[in-house]
Design a protein around this ligand. Sequence first.
Ligand code: PDD
Length: 278
Amino acid sequence: RIVYLNGEFLPFDEARVPIMDRGFLFADGIYEVSAILGGRLVDNAAHVARLDRSLGEIGIRNPHDAAEWERLQTELMSRNGVTEGLVYMQVTRGVAERDFAFPPADTAPTVMMFTQAKTVAANPLAEKGARVVTVEDLRWKRRDIKSVALLAQVLAKQQAVEAGVSEAWMVEDGAITEGSSSTAFIIRGRTVVTRPLSTALLPGITRASVLRLAAEADLAIEERLIPVAEALEATEAFYTSASAFVMPVIEIDGRRIGDGVPGPLTRRLRELYLDIAR
Ligand code: PDD
């Protein structure tokens, strides 16, 4: 397995990062995940643009322009022979003596990428439908930044695993913010409902594509808060992410959604998304 680290393509075992890396000490870094399907990157321009935006928000210089990022991603995919799966990118503020404040301006960011071969299109869970539980959203106030500081999401996902379900939907002030690693949606009749963008959640790249596809399919769209009580009454529900695409939800907190099978509009949106991803 070949990974990318600071300008080099290296065997996994040879890619080492010093213990003083600020990603390790402070979670002082940004990441992105793009899907690979049929040997091509999915929605990648938007992922690379969000990486640039996240880096800018925390004052880390983006070491590469968009074209260079894509060139590096593509080379890593081909070196690993991955035609379906994920490519992970991470940039931290680099290696420096431990001090909370930023290190000297000439400190080089640490840049790392790896690929994961994985079935993302023919996912059996998408046929069956996923179950989710709601958990308290314990995160900071800048969730629009795709930071590697993911402890609250780690704890949320572990709660889901311990409940025997696939995802945790995080809740703040009685409304769903998003999934631990996905964007939450419900459907009522022919209306697709999701939370409006703000600093309270990540601006999902898949979210944006799915909203566009929903509008083109003549579904109504409401971007507003979703109270948990309303989600439990939804006719359909799903979540989106680079790794899950459009994942039907059949149960929330043990309550069956719709008929307890993936809903027809959700299935249609998944198909439409797969069509543009392919
Ligand atoms: N997670 N919200 C959160 C908190 C996320 O971590 C993610 C993605 C999303 C969906 O965003 P997008 O559609 O751009 O992937 C929403 C990635 C896949 C991860 O952490 O692995």
